[in-house]
Design a protein around this ligand. Sequence first.
Ligand code: SF4
Length: 211
Amino acid sequence: MRVTEIFHSIQGESTYAGWPCTFVRLTGCNLRCTYCDTAYAFVGGEELSIEEVAARVKRFGGRLLEITGGEPLLQPEIYPFSERMLNEGYRVMIETGGSLDISGLDPRIIRIMDLKTPGSGFEHANRWENLESLKSGDEVKFVICDRTDFDWASSVVRRHELTSRVTVLFSPEFERCRPGDLAGWVLDAGLEVRVQVQLHKYLWEPGVRGV
Ligand code: SF4
């Protein structure tokens, strides 16, 4: 597996925000979102065996594990790796950009899948067939850059009846959308979605890696 970093921190997003969590950040991404804050994971990294990654994860203790990137689905080793960690009793989450097929993932994995808004610059990359593979316990995340993104995301949520199937997260883009504005839009629209801030950006200094 090509790995950018393995670290223990506080989960910053999803309904698991606030919990201690070990992160495996894999190297490489097929997208280049305008707001990406992990561009350092696009290239480089270290080639590690599944056994080595598992051993490093275990050293941190804890039972919540997130596999992220970059785009973790680019690396086929995530299938045997995630299955191994699940069998060892870990709760495993995968955070994916939503452009690649999620249907082959072990059903015990919690999939946190982005749907890319127009503001990301990669709306065209959304793999809409993935919506058919979502299961209870998965979460769909929209990063909202502005009111245009909000209107687009609201329409997608309603058209696909997402809130009846999964938890839907609306996350204000850190530099382009005020959390209070997004909260007001959600309330005015009567949407049953969860507004979340990126907790890790409030806990740690901006630009610090490995958090
Ligand atoms: S999918 Fe994620 S890692 Fe890839 S460019 Fe977009 S925000 Fe960055």
